[in-house]
Design a protein around this ligand. Sequence first.
Ligand SMILES: NC(=O)c1ccc[n+]([C@@H]2O[C@H](COP(=O)([O-])OP(=O)(O)OC[C@H]3O[C@@H](n4cnc5c(N)ncnc54)[C@H](OP(=O)(O)O)[C@@H]3O)[C@@H](O)[C@H]2O)c1
Length: 307
Amino acid sequence: MPAKTILITGGRGLVGRHLAKALEAKGYRVAVLTRSLAPGRREERAGRFFYGWTHEQMPEEAVLEADAVVHLAGANIFDRRWMPARKQLIIDSRVKPSLQLAEILRRRGKKLEAYVSASAVGYYGMITSEEIFTEEHPPADDFTGLTGRLWEEAADEVARLGIRTVKLRTGIALAQDGGALRKMLPAFRLGLGAPIGSGRQYFPWIHIRDLTGMYLLALESEGLEGAYNAAVQSDTTSRLFGAVLAKVLRRPYFMPAIPGSLLHLILGERAQLLLEGSRVSAEKIKKAGFVFDFEELSLGLEDLICM
Ligand SMILES: NC(=O)c1ccc[n+]([C@@H]2O[C@H](COP(=O)([O-])OP(=O)(O)OC[C@H]3O[C@@H](n4cnc5c(N)ncnc54)[C@H](OP(=O)(O)O)[C@@H]3O)[C@@H](O)[C@H]2O)c1
């Protein structure tokens, strides 16, 4: 039987790189949509297929070849100031691909075995609360809540075609080669790691290998459908995260906290991403059969850092 093809939008990003490797190790054929190729171009490199695109135009040929699609593309939420145009791009780059996919599938009468879309715990808002958010909670009415709601509603357009659709409300993915941890490591390695703001905001983390495993489960297990939180359920606060990271690196953790007001000055509204955070429940994904490799922060960090 020919290998099944999984099409990944944004497949050159952090999650996509790890997922593509894991899929290939299981014998899947991986195709990636990337802006690094001009729209309309197609290239094969080491058995992986790359299609040029923009979030405004999904290549039909790539969709028609796919057995399942994973949607990871999206303009980075942290890297640039949240000017109105940037906010719109953050939303559009996540919403439009699902809408176009649904349109192509509808028009061409094409079925997929599964559609898995990233979402984020920001769905519940940039807040610090004692609530442990379950998937039943409504979206918040701040910017990340709005983005999450629109992102998921667009994915639901694919679900409406009778295609099993899973949305993974992702926490902070911990990896050596990208994301939040890579940004934090240089200061922590110098012994200059510091708490952020009050330090009491929760830090809903997930090891990249567990996140990759969740994407695989979502693709392969027919029992999964709808939204799932994709983070370890723990009481880890931002301050505790810093302390454990410093300990794993055998470095001190003595610097005074970075004041929230300073972060607001430097980052504007984005500061809320660092200064706030809540816990999410992992019960639903566990009930669906997912088993975490890393629920203990120190073990997860040791695995990543001592690799
Ligand atoms: N990593 C986390 O901690 C985390 C947490 C919560 C949610 N998520 C979500 O999970 C998804 C994957 O995360 P990630 O960490 O792998 O993100 P990432 O490393 O930033 O990769 C996302 C990819 O999206 C593509 N992209 C960026 N802007 C685009 C645009 N305007 N149009 C089309 N494609 C665009 C880029 O691929 P090309 O440059 O190849 O085009 C980029 O590599 C994202 O949607 C992210 O918001 C991630």
